[in-house]
Write a protein that binds this ligand. Structure first.
Ligand SMILES: NC(=O)c1ccc[n+]([C@@H]2O[C@H](COP(=O)([O-])OP(=O)(O)OC[C@H]3O[C@@H](n4cnc5c(N)ncnc54)[C@H](OP(=O)(O)O)[C@@H]3O)[C@@H](O)[C@H]2O)c1
Length: 266
């Protein structure tokens, strides 16, 4: 991977980005992000709170804007390999910013728990993430000739990305189907999820997300993608552990062999 790009602004901002990722990880050890019914009401949930769907869409929208804007200013934006990465990006963030929130089934009468502070932290991440990756892929990177499609890094990365993306969507679908389209307000808000990778871990949706960004980092082979992988792991690994402990505490019959995030390991 290219550690120095001759673009001082880019290289300096990348260092700031990695320090920010470290801050997210350390902060996650003291409590997870304040959103959702289980964690949205904690001590971090001070200030403005939004409805889940609004919070998610607002937070993730820069993912659909920053990358294409920076991308089309790049000298290589008309080339095939960069355009392929643009397509992957837009599919990923259309799912994250629009499809997942719009399909989300909210418990009737649930109070708004999506902290605006989380939205702001998400904006910082997506501004950096979108800029780093679009600038590298469409402007700085020199490896993205059509030969890149047969490079082992591209092939390995796209396979890992695809497995992660499918796992993430499949697991999100299982969670969504735990509530009916018109949930009964008197029914329990949470149930134990079964099926797919829930057999082995409490948070396969997070494992899928981490695998997706691992695959993206390998297939693009650039530090901007490693930056977002670091943020994702720093954020989701501790949240998986909080979620796992929450299940164990709240369901006596929770499958004891299930791990938090990595089957058989953790
Ligand atoms: N890249 C990143 O850094 C990052 C960060 C965060 C999330 N994500 C991704 O965004 C997606 C959503 O994440 P999330 O943290 O909101 O996931 P989540 O905690 O799994 O919640 C998703 C939805 O499912 C509901 N739900 C969760 N567990 C349930 C259960 N046991 N019974 C019934 N309903 C349940 C939630 O309801 P409530 O709202 O009522 O709790 C919410 O509507 C995931 O795919 C995740 O990987 C990515």
């Amino acid at each position: 991977m290219q550690w120095y790009t001759d673009n001082t602004f880019y290289d300096t901002l990348l260092i700031v980005g990695f320090l920010y990722a470290l801050l997210i990880f350390v902060s996650s050890l003291f409590g997870t992000a304040a959103y959702g019914g289980r964690f949205g009401g904690g001590s971090r949930a001070k200030g403005i709170k939004l409805h889940s769907k609004t919070g998610w869409i607002l937070m993730e929208l820069p993912g659909l804007i920053v990358f294409p804007v920076v991308f089309f200013m790049g000298a290589n934006s008309g080339e095939t390999v960069p355009l392929f990465f643009l397509a992957i990006w837009m599919i990923h963030y259309s799912n994250r910013a629009l499809i997942t929130p719009l399909l989300m089934r909210v418990q009737p009468g649930a109070s708004s728990t999506f902290s605006f502070n989380v939205v702001v932290a998400g904006w910082v991440t997506l501004l950096l993430h979108g800029y780093f990756n679009a600038e590298y892929i469409a402007n700085i990177g020199t490896q993205y000739t059509s030969d890149w499609f047969s490079d082992p890094r591209f092939i390995t990365g796209i396979i890992i990305y695809y497995i992660g993306f499918v796992l993430n969507i499949h697991s999100d679908t299982i969670l969504r189907n735990l509530r009916s389209k018109t949930p009964d307000p008197s029914a329990p808000r949470y149930k134990i999820p079964f099926g797919g990778m829930f057999k082995w871990v409490s948070c396969p949706q997070y494992l899928g997300e981490i695998l997706s960004f691992t695959g993206f980092a390998i297939m693009t082979w650039n530090l901007g993608a490693v930056f977002v992988l670091a943020i994702t792991v720093g954020n989701l690994a501790p949240r998986a552990l909080y979620t796992h402990k929450w299940f164990l505490k709240n369901f006596d019959d929770y499958p004891k062999e299930r791990k938090a995030l990595i089957p058989y390991v953790w």
